[in-house]
Design a binder for this molecule. Sequence first.
Ligand SMILES: [Ca+2]
Ligand SMILES: [Ca+2]
Ligand SMILES: [Ca+2]
Ligand SMILES: [Ca+2]
Length: 331
Amino acid sequence: MSNSLGIAAVIAVALGMSNEPEPGLSLTTLFAANNGFAGNTFDLDVLNPQGVEITGWDVNLDSPNPTDTIDIYWREGTSVGHENNPTGWMLIGSDAGVVAQGSDVSTPVDVGPLELLPGVYGIYVDWASYGAGVFWYTNGGPTVFANADLSLTTNTGENNGAFTGGSFFPRQWNGTIHYQILVLDSDGDGIPDDEDACPNSDLSPTIVIDGCDSDVENLLFADGCTMADMIAECVDGAVFHGQFVSCVALLAVQWRNAGLINDTEIGAIDRCAAIPGDLDGDGAVGVADLVILLGAWGPCRVHPDTCPADLDQDRSVGITDLLTLLVNWGP
Ligand SMILES: [Ca+2]
Ligand SMILES: [Ca+2]
Ligand SMILES: [Ca+2]
Ligand SMILES: [Ca+2]
């Protein structure tokens, strides 16, 4: 087995084919402080069915320090009742270079990214370098601040020392959440659906046609389609099996010409695509094929290359091979 699929996906990403950020979006609560201490908890309900990626935050911070440290935690489910218990909380990140902008002004905090699927999450914003100054918030609540993607419900103000100080309820976090909508990649090939010409790719490691494994690596192209996807399109476009065989043969030659496969691999793909019993390769099973099979009747001298009529590969051409040919009789 090889990792060609992965390599091809990486190439696609390197070519800029994947995951261009959506325009920046944000949700702001309020910047109208009348109280403060060292942090806040609140709940975030992700409404957008695709989920969101949080890319950054703003807080309301007054501090004489040249830089401050803000830690932000998240947990699955509500923050309510978990304000003073670290169990279940996970640190999203810590920004030790926060430059306080003063009261009722946005102070950027570089913590993220955090991908969140639809659901409710608890958030804890902690001014870890608590000291001189104030981490501002507003009395009252719980208050809901929402847009089409996110619904934020305020919860508590927090004393210093994450999960160890007192909680004050109700308090409204002052801040902004910067985010973008998560880009769906339904087939997981690294190319988002909106750029993926085959959003539900067959990502089998090798090209398998109707149960026949060619052992040829199933490469992923930059448009998001794999070799197996292109062969599947040949099925859709063919009325007779012969048309399918021709379509696959053409693809195989194109891939060979592009340096993706060699002549041996062309043969392996063509063999898998062929109708069992089409010994002359004209895309149908008929009298000419029957003549070839009867002419090869008996034990194979060298198996299997000189014995194409040995359809069940038991090293001889016999009744089972004849029956297979007859079952597939026709175009
Ligand atoms: Ca995809
Ligand atoms: Ca795809
Ligand atoms: Ca034939
Ligand atoms: Ca046989």
